[in-house]
Design a protein around this ligand. Sequence first.
Ligand SMILES: CC(C)(COP(=O)(O)OP(=O)(O)OC[C@H]1O[C@@H](n2cnc3c(N)ncnc32)[C@H](O)[C@@H]1OP(=O)(O)O)[C@@H](O)C(=O)NCCC(=O)NCCS
Length: 142
Amino acid sequence: MPTMAEIERATAIHPWSLNQFLGSSLRENEYSLVLQEQADGEILGFCIYQQVLDEATLMNIAVHPDRQGRGQGRLLMDCLLRQLSSQGVSRCLLEVRRGNLGAIALYRHVGFIDDGVRNNYYPTTSGCEDALLMSCELVPEQ
Ligand SMILES: CC(C)(COP(=O)(O)OP(=O)(O)OC[C@H]1O[C@@H](n2cnc3c(N)ncnc32)[C@H](O)[C@@H]1OP(=O)(O)O)[C@@H](O)C(=O)NCCC(=O)NCCS
């Protein structure tokens, strides 16, 4: 049964280390949403976000490679945005590799818009890649 760190290793270009996951779970303002199979609890995907007052930042999201393209990422993002609204968050931010077209399409589907570009932000095997900065306005419920 895969753990979050195993899914991360299977999907990310520069995966978070186990220590990054552990650190994230210990930090006061960082939270995760985990999507699990109802029958056996298998982890299908997760997202990790940081919340400070009424602003949140999506730090990481991944769906198990065998489960991608079947709406699980959309489900995670919908749950995340609903949860953030219910916690009084009015804006969610994220940054994504400019070439990660699948993730960018998902974010646009759930209401994120482009805010700008951070040039040469991410390391790649052949140099650097720009980060696209995106945000989504939410209706806070508190
Ligand atoms: C990005 C990721 C979370 C999307 O999860 P997913 O379960 O595959 O996405 P979904 O099946 O819910 O797709 C939702 C929408 O996103 C878009 N999308 C998702 N993957 C896509 C791809 N590879 N190419 C184009 N569009 C894509 C589709 O438009 C889809 O809408 P549709 O249902 O109308 O077709 C998943 O691909 C992943 O784990 N990638 C590796 C980790 C990663 O890149 N994380 C983002 C870091 S910023």
